[in-house]
Design a protein around this ligand. Structure first.
Ligand SMILES: *[C@@H]1O[C@H](CO)[C@@H](O)[C@H](O)[C@H]1NC(C)=O
Ligand SMILES: *[C@@H]1O[C@H](CO)[C@@H](O)[C@H](O)[C@H]1NC(C)=O
Ligand SMILES: *[C@@H]1O[C@H](CO)[C@@H](O)[C@H](O)[C@H]1NC(C)=O
Ligand SMILES: *[C@@H]1O[C@H](CO)[C@@H](O)[C@H](O)[C@H]1NC(C)=O
Ligand SMILES: *[C@@H]1O[C@H](CO)[C@@H](O)[C@H](O)[C@H]1NC(C)=O
Ligand SMILES: *[C@@H]1O[C@H](CO)[C@@H](O)[C@H](O)[C@H]1NC(C)=O
Ligand SMILES: *[C@@H]1O[C@H](CO)[C@@H](O)[C@H](O)[C@H]1NC(C)=O
Ligand SMILES: *[C@@H]1O[C@H](CO)[C@@H](O)[C@H](O)[C@H]1NC(C)=O
Ligand SMILES: *[C@@H]1O[C@H](CO)[C@@H](O)[C@H](O)[C@H]1NC(C)=O
Ligand SMILES: *[C@@H]1O[C@H](CO)[C@@H](O)[C@H](O)[C@H]1NC(C)=O
Ligand SMILES: *[C@@H]1O[C@H](CO)[C@@H](O)[C@H](O)[C@H]1NC(C)=O
Ligand SMILES: *[C@@H]1O[C@H](CO)[C@@H](O)[C@H](O)[C@H]1NC(C)=O
Length: 414
């Protein structure tokens, strides 16, 4: 039975997409040339004295860039990112470019069969290194390759499954380029990516969609300097306004840039506000209300004032009778999935990877989260699949045990 339980736990983590995210960077001096944020699951098959075993290993967030083998490349060698963990396990990516497109030319998987904790009863010992040199990861230079969907790359009998991946080589700056090159798998599963925001306009100079906003960390402090409101979220404004240059109503998306945004606000027992100011153009004000009888709170108001250069007048939108982000005193509210908060017909706020706690903040950490329905539904899929698989394993196990009994009995009857 414990085997089944272990199996479920492993399976749950392998499928749920909530793998550990690892950030890896290769630098030369002060400038970064390769950066990767990803989760990776390694599936490795090895021989024992009487059979072969397959184990799955997650690239842990303790994985480190191997400085000796990683490099930004020279005239004669290609840029390389090697991440190591444990006693000699790791993955490596080599890159090349033709000036307009960069690609992963090689994926190397290495593991140390002497590590008995990962490879019990391994017949062989020492480090095994395997390479796949036809990896389909490529993106235009100066863009970030993005693939949230799991992508499995076979390396001989083994495989590496990447997910939640953002990756860039030959970087122009020290951070991932905001322009993203989205993999085919993501394009089919998330058709909602803002590609045609300006469908109602005719022959508009197509505004480039800004991509997923960067997640910002904001807080409000008390008069005595302690945090009383915590928030982490990526924010995207979806507004329609009358464009001065085009003399008509246009629909546009604006991402908030966290490092240009400051936060302020106030905290009270039944009312709290978070004011985000992105100099010099906009102020976004959130009001949270607590029902002191039921100890439930929600986001009750959003107010946006913005001075975009192309608006005929400063843009202003406000609604104080909203009912979003419902949670309970002493808890935070979390929604990793994208959510759309419709404020007024001309303004909606898209939130990404959101967590807020406007009341009952006692430390600098969020309290236990109440998660939005979408997240819960997404959690359910791996649970159902895991449970189904566990059932299957159980059936096979029972069938095996019965089969074994039968075959013992079989000597007499047949
Ligand atoms: C790296 O940055 C530090 C401080 O920011 C500076 O003193 C140093 O000269 C820089 N090195 C290079 C190679 O640019
Ligand atoms: C294989 O070998 C291991 C120990 O080396 C032993 O525990 C196991 O029972 C063997 N399995 C079979 C099917 O012989
Ligand atoms: C492989 O693992 C063994 C046992 O943990 C360790 O002694 C050895 O140093 C490792 N080899 C490498 C190259 O890290
Ligand atoms: C680089 O490669 C891409 C695809 O592999 C190709 O479309 C592009 O034309 C190439 N550019 C140059 C400058 O060779
Ligand atoms: C990439 O960006 C750098 C710096 O912004 C620029 O110098 C270079 O020309 C760009 N390359 C391409 C192919 O757009
Ligand atoms: C922006 O709002 C318009 C109109 O409400 C809608 O059609 C469009 O899908 C929205 N875009 C995004 C990316 O939310
Ligand atoms: C700060 O003030 C709040 C009320 O305004 C109080 O609950 C909290 O205990 C104070 N914290 C410290 C460290 O004084
Ligand atoms: C803008 O469009 C309206 C009608 O749609 C027209 O009456 C007005 O003259 C236009 N203004 C400019 C500056 O073109
Ligand atoms: C803000 O972050 C972006 C990338 O995330 C960077 O390009 C830009 O220089 C940063 N700006 C400031 C003022 O730090
Ligand atoms: C917008 O511009 C007006 C006048 O130029 C100014 O009074 C107002 O404070 C600005 N609002 C914001 C949010 O920057
Ligand atoms: C607070 O919650 C209670 C119980 O759910 C409800 O009866 C009451 O109307 C709520 N008060 C406000 C102001 O929403
Ligand atoms: C404010 O939001 C509520 C709830 O979403 C909605 O019913 C109402 O129409 C909105 N008010 C305006 C002025 O759009």
């Amino acid at each position: 039975m414990s085997f089944v339980a272990v199996f479920i736990v492993f399976f749950f983590f392998a499928v749920s997409g909530r793998l550990e995210a690892v950030t890896l960077e290769v630098k030369e001096g002060n400038s970064t040339c390769i950066k990767a944020e990803l989760s990776a699951s390694l599936s490795i098959t090895y021989l024992t004295s009487n059979s072969s075993k397959t184990v799955s290993v997650l690239l842990p967030d303790s994985a480190l860039v191997d400085a000796a083998n990683s490099s930004c490349g020279t005239n004669s060698s290609s840029p390389q990112l090697v991440a190591l963990f444990g006693p000699g396990h790791g993955i490596g990516l080599s890159f090349s470019t033709n000036g307009s497109v960069y690609s992963v030319t090689e994926l190397t998987l290495s593991y140390n069969l002497s590590d008995a904790s990962l490879f019990p009863e391994a017949e062989l010992s020492g480090v095994v290194a395997l390479t796949n040199d036809s990896v389909e990861i490529r993106a235009p230079i100066n863009t970030t390759y993005r693939c949230m969907s799991p992508t499995t790359i076979r390396v001989r009998e083994d495989s590496v499954t990447f997910s939640n991946m953002r990756l860039e080589a030959y970087m122009p700056g020290n951070d991932l380029s905001p322009a993203e090159s989205v993999c085919a798998a993501d394009q089919t599963t998330t058709p909602a990516t803002p590609t045609t925001a300006a469908t109602t306009t005719t022959a508009a100079p197509a505004p480039t969609p800004p991509g997923t906003p960067v997640r910002g960390t904001y807080s409000v402090k008390n008069s005595n300097g302690t945090e009383c409101l915590l928030a982490q979220m990526g924010l995207q404004l979806n507004v329609s306004y009358v464009s001065q240059s085009q003399n008509k109503t246009v629909q546009e998306l604006f991402n908030l840039t966290p490092n240009l945004t400051s936060s302020s606000g106030s905290c009270g027992a039944s009312r709290a506000s978070l004011v985000l100011t992105q100099e010099p153009t906009l102020t976004l004000n959130f009001t949270f209300t607590m029902n002191t009888t039921s100890n439930k709170y929600h986001l009750s108001g959003i107010d946006l004032q913005a001075n975009w250069s192309d608006t005929t007048a400063p843009f202003s939108a406000s609604n104080t009778s909203l009912d979003f982000l419902r949670s309970t005193l002493g808890r935070s509210y979390m929604c990793n999935a994208e959510q759309t908060l419709q404020v007024v017909p001309t303004f909606a706020l898209n939130t990404f990877r959101l967590q807020v706690q406007p009341f009952g903040v006692t430390t600098k950490q969020f309290a236990t989260a109440e998660e939005c329905q979408v997240d819960q539904d997404q959690m359910l899929i791996p649970i159902v699949v895991g449970a189904a698989l566990a059932g299957l394993v159980l059936i096979v196990l029972i069938a095996y045990l019965i089969g074994r009994k039968r075959s013992h009995a079989g000597y007499q009857t047949f």
